[in-house]
Design a protein around this ligand. Structure first.
Ligand SMILES: [Ca+2]
Length: 426
């Protein structure tokens, strides 16, 4: 039947999305006309993919059973963007995974062999130097996750940012205690990372705490499903849809490279494709991840030492400066004549302390003595008055990990709490 179709002539290629899991013969026909040089390889890949689907489905069932025993004690996924929202969480994010426990809670129809999928496979094969047929075989195993599309949209305009609510989400007794425990069991590694990269240990611990609750919640989606879905069907209504889709296509390529080099690893991620204890995007594994425990492989899924070294390295590569504070506290009420001028560069440190003083801010002696540029960082509190701090270049570096001043401030304050707790009871 396939053979018949491949030899059939069409005056016009038929391009359409195929319903769930079906092999669309007109699509094959299109492939035959335009990609005949490797059409047979594609068919082989599709058939292999179907076989692997069956295996994956079997594994999924095992995972589902496992989940029912394990998920009750784990904290839920915290979405930084969604933390602004009054709603507590998305229902399908409420089930969580524990480190190394392979729990997959989302699935969907497989992707079909369309010209778009083939073009994506071509692009990835070329950019990542991977075999075309292998890449296509992987993509044909991916599942389309329709629900994640709404999760990658920016918060709606009606949702007011609320620093105090955001802070409360992360500055919990459990997360502080978890940080103390994490520091306790990784103390020598943390000391080494702090010495090597000049990044304070409590910042490293806090990032891992905010990102994944110290590895308890690293995401429960198959990274391949997430990144193929966002690469193929990115929501067109997103204000930066084209840019974001291109971003996820590059990340999908980086993931496939990781998969090719680590065939035994199960790659789970958040709804946005971030993976492992520090929630690195796939491309960042290649750029910044390190083998902290020196076992010969980088494993951010299971090795806390690898995660610690990698987070420290990431911040160092993004310009972390030794001994520099992240921010200075400031008076919350001040002459607002120059407020817009001061907020214009957003969180990019721009102004010398003398300039800020000349605009009417009263700075602490420490802030006055600061040599580098500063930013006036405004953190909104919904209907209440906003909070302000003076951010340094290290505050800005923290926002390179996650592009949010609210995120950076939560990391800083959680780190302070963990440090205080350790100091009180080392
Ligand atoms: Ca390692």
């Amino acid at each position: 039947m396939l053979k018949t179709c491949l030899t059939q002539k069409h005056s016009k290629p038929s391009i359409r999305i195929v319903p769930k899991g079906a092999i669309n013969l007109s699509t094959y026909s299109f492939v035959a006309r335009y990609f005949s040089s490797w059409a047979l390889t594609l068919i082989g890949g599709a058939l292999l993919g179907a076989h692997l689907h069956a295996i994956a489905a079997q594994r999924l069932n095992e995972s589902e059973l496992h989940r029912s025993e394990k998920n009750s004690a784990a904290p839920r996924q915290a979405s930084h963007a969604k933390a602004f929202s009054a709603s507590k969480t998305h229902p399908h994010l409420s089930k969580t995974s524990h480190k190394s426990k392979q729990i997959i809670t989302e699935t969907g129809p497989a992707f079909s062999l369309t010209p778009e999928l083939i073009a994506l496979a071509d692009h990835i094969a070329l950019s990542q130097d991977l075999p075309k047929n292998w890449v296509l075989t992987q993509l044909l195993q991916a599942k389309s996750l329709s629900k994640i599309k709404q999760l990658v949209m920016p918060p709606s305009a009606g949702v007011k940012k609320n620093w105090m609510a955001y802070r409360e989400r992360f500055l919990t007794a459990q997360r502080i205690q978890g940080g103390q425990d994490f520091a306790q069991r990784n103390w020598s590694t943390l000391e080494k990372a702090q010495s090597q990269f000049q990044v304070p240990w409590e910042i490293i611990v806090s990032i891992i705490g905010v990102e994944t609750f110290y590895g308890k919640n690293m995401g429960h989606f198959k990274a391949l499903d997430v990144l193929t879905s966002l690469s193929m069907d990115f929501p067109a209504s997103h204000p930066r849809a084209k840019e974001r889709q291109a971003f996820f296509q590059e990340e999908l390529g980086a993931l496939l490279k990781l998969m090719r080099n680590n065939p035994q690893q199960v790659w789970l991620s958040s709804f946005a494709g971030a993976m492992g204890l520090p929630q690195f995007m796939p491309s960042n594994w290649g750029k910044f991840a390190l083998d902290g425990d020196q076992d010969g492989r980088v494993n951010l899924m299971d090795s806390e030492a690898d995660a610690i070294q990698s987070v420290a390295n990431y911040l160092a590569q993004f310009g972390w400066r030794a001994q520099m504070p992240t921010h200075y506290a400031m008076e919350q009420t001040f002459d607002s004549t120059h407020l817009q001028e001061m907020l214009l560069p957003d969180i990019l440190p721009t102004f010398k302390s003398e300039q800020l003083i000349s605009w009417g801010l009263r700075l602490s002696p420490e802030a006055q003595a600061h040599q580098g540029p500063l930013a006036l960082v405004m953190l909104e509190n919904a209907e209440e008055s906003p909070s302000y701090v003076l951010g340094t270049e290290n505050f800005y570096t923290l926002t390179r990990y996650n592009w949010s001043s609210y995120y950076a401030m939560a990391v800083i304050e959680l780190g302070q709490e963990i440090k205080a707790k350790r100091t009180a009871s080392p």
